[in-house]
Write a protein that binds this ligand. Sequence first.
Ligand SMILES: [Zn+2]
Length: 329
Amino acid sequence: MPPSSEIQFSSAELLDRNFVNYKPRLAFDGDTVDAWRDWRTQLLPELREQLGPFPDEAFPLNPRIVSTEAYDRCTIYKVIYYSRAEVAIPAYLSIPKGVTTKTPAVLCIHGHVPGGKASVISGNGQFGAPYGRDLAEQGVITLCPDNAGMGERAHPSGGCDFLWRRLNYLGYDLTGYRVYDLMRGVDYLQSLPEVDERQIGIAGLSGGCWLGIVHAALDERVRAAVLSGYFTTFAQTSWFGHCICHHPKGIGELCELPDIAGLIAPRPIFVEWGTGDVSRPVHPAFEMAQRIYRAANAGDQITLQEFDAGHLFSGEQSLPWLIQTLSRK
Ligand SMILES: [Zn+2]
């Protein structure tokens, strides 16, 4: 036994010493369609299990419009619908002016900000383009709900941490809990007569990017995704900090974050990253996901735009890409 002065007592530092050789159990490690298919068949149900439990039956949405604001290019409704029994979701539904036919729709997932849904409708530019409103003004229906623990769904005692404690106590995962709400958002969009139910996309910044990756992986109704500002690895983020809501229990034993993005293949994704956003690096996550897309014979369905800015949603290339992708029949 070494002298006590040389013994390492810090638990976290001990883990760090072994982490360099760490490899998740179901990290993708192939290059053929068969390897991709086999891997996906294993990872998808395990991921779903890890993020659950999910309700067996969908609770009636019971949607209601509570206010209406008309603007030049779109009308913004404040709506409420139910995700689970007694779980009401407040959201902004934006319908472009003059919509007469079935129209593509985008679920706009807000980032890790206290203001929640307001940031994607009336943002002050701090987090870049207010994509919920920009898309609606360009002819796409958008739905911007509050994520659990944020916006109107926050608690005076705190957001993620406080909610995480209570959900964890009851055996729920906060990411899975939020992603289920997003799935119900798609249910709501598909219930609207104006929405083309086959042309639904998602867009998300930061925490909304993380949730969007998981949502699109689990929900095949998501046809295309813009993923901005959190297309990274757990090893470069969760290992060092970031919010507890970004890493479900045991997720690193199962897979890396780009593996989850790879589950979206062959559906198209557009990744954005500001090169100044150094605490959420897109490399090597993008290349890891790209390898999965290539194995799935969908290498042309994953795109990266890097731009000269920090942690914000650009939209310069991604929003036209999303509109075009969802307009294709
Ligand atoms: Zn959080």
